[in-house]
Design a protein around this ligand. Structure first.
Ligand SMILES: Nc1ncnc2c1ncn2[C@@H]1O[C@H](COP(=O)(O)OP(=O)(O)OP(=O)(O)O)[C@@H](O)[C@H]1O
Length: 373
């Protein structure tokens, strides 16, 4: 593309060691920042273009800048270097650069840039007091589950699943998991810190202080996200860390003593063991998520479960009947569009994915004759 016009407030600098993630070659490039698109606990994200010669411009990229050389954050680069999946954000280039503002070295991760996040999409509907169409709920939830299937098969636990870490192009329906700043490859029998994950999305075992958790903490996060897409606000909004468990008991009922003990035998915090309601769990799910229909409720009740091992796995989520509509229809109406648009590729599985999916492939993939256009 030609030289992109930039607004005056943006930075322009030469980076000496821009490495291409694909070819692994390193060269000097000019970086032109365009606008700030995000900021988080550790750094900022800017939209930018890069060029080796001021003639060929690459981008736009979303460049995430985080302080370099902390063991914690370099994991993000390591993970993004090995991942390659349609529902995981793609890293194109990376480099370090000294900030003129504080003279510190920042790691720069230049990723493909998507126009928004799931959080933006949810607030767009909720501020207009509208519900997201159920087909969109299915489309987004399925792709998160597919991204998780891949990550979890690699042993990678994201550890910060929430709507602002899910990128979305609402015109095409394409969704990608981002922000691997908290992610970790979990090793069997190796403890990991339990103080991880944003409060509203923390699995009950994390709240209790479990350090031997599994990738199933992400599945809890997925359940919270699906619920949030459905109702337009976070499902469990604990006003402080320990009260987060209380919010969960309002929907699921009190946790079982065994669950607490197996999560953390040393836990001495509040147990919330008194039932807060006399109604059944099913009726509470119906009250909260009624418009998801019986299939949506069935799915959520199999994900938002205390025992991590009882929560559905990504492949079982993808095979759930809630997603049959995606298997049977090829189009959807993006927000504000009157013309239908083809659904993104949802079933173009790699050999690796097919191995993980195993015998559920016939349930997950649309059968030829079912694939109506
Ligand atoms: N590839 C991308 N394309 C478009 N926007 C992006 C991209 N990556 C990040 N963003 C935007 O930047 C925001 C922050 O990114 P990210 O979550 O990776 O940073 P962070 O510092 O870890 O944030 P937090 O501490 O809130 O988790 C995202 O919520 C999103 O709005």
């Amino acid at each position: 593309m030609s030289n992109p016009t930039v607004n005056n407030s943006c930075e322009e600098f030469v980076a000496d060691d821009v490495t291409s993630n694909r070819s692994d070659t390193t060269r000097r490039m000019l970086v032109k920042e365009y606008r700030k698109i995000g900021h988080g606990a550790f750094g900022t994200v800017v939209q930018a273009y890069i060029t080796p010669d001021k003639e060929q411009w690459y981008g736009p990229f979303a460049i995430k800048k985080v302080p370099a050389q902390t063991e914690y954050k370099s994991r993000e680069l390591q993970i993004l270097r090995i991942t390659d999946h349609p529902n995981v954000v793609r890293l194109d280039y990376f480099f370090t650069h000294v900030s003129p503002v504080d003279n510190k070295v920042y790691q720069h991760l230049a990723m493909e840039c998507l126009p928004g996040t799931l959080q933006m999409e949810i607030s767009r509907y909720s501020t207009n007091k509208l519900q997201l169409p159920i087909k969109h709920v299915k489309l987004y939830s399925y792709q998160i589950a597919r991204g998780m299937l891949y990550l979890h098969a690699l042993g990678i636990c994201h550890r910060d699943i929430k709507p602002s870490n899910i990128l979305l192009d609402s015109r095409t329906g394409i969704l990608k998991i981002c922000d691997f700043g908290s992610a970790k490859k979990l090793e069997h029998n190796q403890p990991s810190i339990s103080y991880i994950c944003s409060r509203f999305y923390r699995a009950p075992e994390l709240i209790i202080g479990c350090t031997q958790y599994t990738t199933q903490i992400d599945i809890w996060g997925l359940g919270c996200v699906i619920g949030e897409i459905l109702i337009g606000k976070a499902v469990f909004q604990g006003p402080e860390p320990l009260l987060q468990l209380r919010e969960i008991t309002k929907l699921l009922g009190p946790p079982d003593k065994k669950f607490i003990f197996f999560s953390n035998p040393a836990y001495d915090g509040p147990l919330f063991s008194k039932p807060l309601f006399s109604t059944s769990v099913l009726s509470r799910f119906e009250k909260h998520f009624g418009h998801a229909g019986p299939d949506g409720i069935d799915l959520l009740m199999k994900i938002l479960v205390y025992e991590p091992q009882s929560r559905l796995s990504p492949r079982r989520i993808m095979a759930h009947q809630f997603f049959d509509e995606l298997r049977n229809e090829a189009y959807f109406f993006p927000r504000g569009e009157t013309q239908p648009v083809r659904l993104p590729e949802l079933f173009n599985f790699s050999e690796f994915e097919l191995r993980v999916i195993g015998d559920l492939v016939n349930k997950i993939k649309p059968q030829e004759e079912d694939n109506i256009n």
